[in-house]
Ligand binder design. Structure first.
Ligand SMILES: [Zn+2]
Length: 240
């Protein structure tokens, strides 16, 4: 079952924080407690907050291969985070990859055979640039990942119930854009799902949390709802 091969898998840690865990970003929202929040959240998982690998996220489709020498980049200061990247992949054990979101889709990837992992920050721009497909391709090139061994999990993001967008999104997403009562809605999860299935992911290997950050705002941060003051949730994946 995909569930036991992903979320409950004893060989990996894959987790996202909630609003109650506090802001996890060192660059956005109220950052004064962010390091303490990270420390507390990660300690429970057995991860040293100083070991985290984070990126300077720029809504691109860039996927970076993370090496042992990258350990700790962006963990204590955003200054030395991996430059201009929205996807991290690695085959190292005990190296925790992190991305930060408030409405964008966190995509967790796990190649159970190699083993190898990936963590993706997929907002609309990155999704338009096919970041999920790009990540799969990067894992295939780097690790020889076979699609039958690949498992994917979608964390919380703004869903089609709430993600109203302008008509100009038609040119980016075509028929994937949902038209409801003459308003347009973008479903980030289904756009990325389509990319992954087109790339060859097995549908049974994809698990979606289904959470909407906007209508689930009590539980999650939502940039759309809170704007500049919004904190960020952390999504982490690590090979044990
Ligand atoms: Zn919603």
């Amino acid at each position: 079952m995909p569930k036991s091969n992903f979320l409950d898998n004893p060989d990996i840690i894959s987790v996202f924080s909630n609003r109650c865990n506090g802001n996890m970003s060192l660059s956005y929202g109220d950052t004064k407690d962010s390091l303490d929040n990270r420390k507390r959240f990660l300690k429970r998982l057995g991860i040293d907050y100083k070991d985290l690998v984070c990126a300077k996220q720029i809504h691109s489709n860039r996927v970076e291969y993370i090496k042992e020498s990258d350990r700790g980049r962006g963990a204590v200061s955003s200054e030395d985070a991996i430059d201009d990247t929205d996807g991290l992949i690695s085959g190292r054990s005990n190296l925790a990859l992190a991305i930060f979101t408030a409405d964008c889709l966190p995509v967790f990837l796990y190649d159970a055979k190699t083993p190898a992992i990936g963590m993706i920050h997929a907002g609309w721009r990155s999704s338009k640039e096919q970041i999920s497909a790009k990540a799969v391709e990067s894992m295939q090139q780097r690790f020889g990942t076979r699609l039958g061994d690949l498992y994917v999990y979608f964390g919380p993001c703004i869903r089609n119930c709430c993600n109203q967008v302008g008509e100009e999104f038609k040119q980016y997403f075509g028929d994937d854009l949902i038209n409801r009562d003459n308003r347009y809605y973008l479903d980030l999860a289904s756009v990325n799902k389509k990319q992954l299935l087109d790339a060859g992911l097995k549908e049974n290997n994809l698990l979606d949390s289904g959470f909407c950050t906007f209508c689930g705002n009590e539980e999650f941060f939502s940039y759309r709802r809170e704007e500049e003051s919004s904190g960020r949730m952390i999504s982490v994946i690590m090979l044990k």
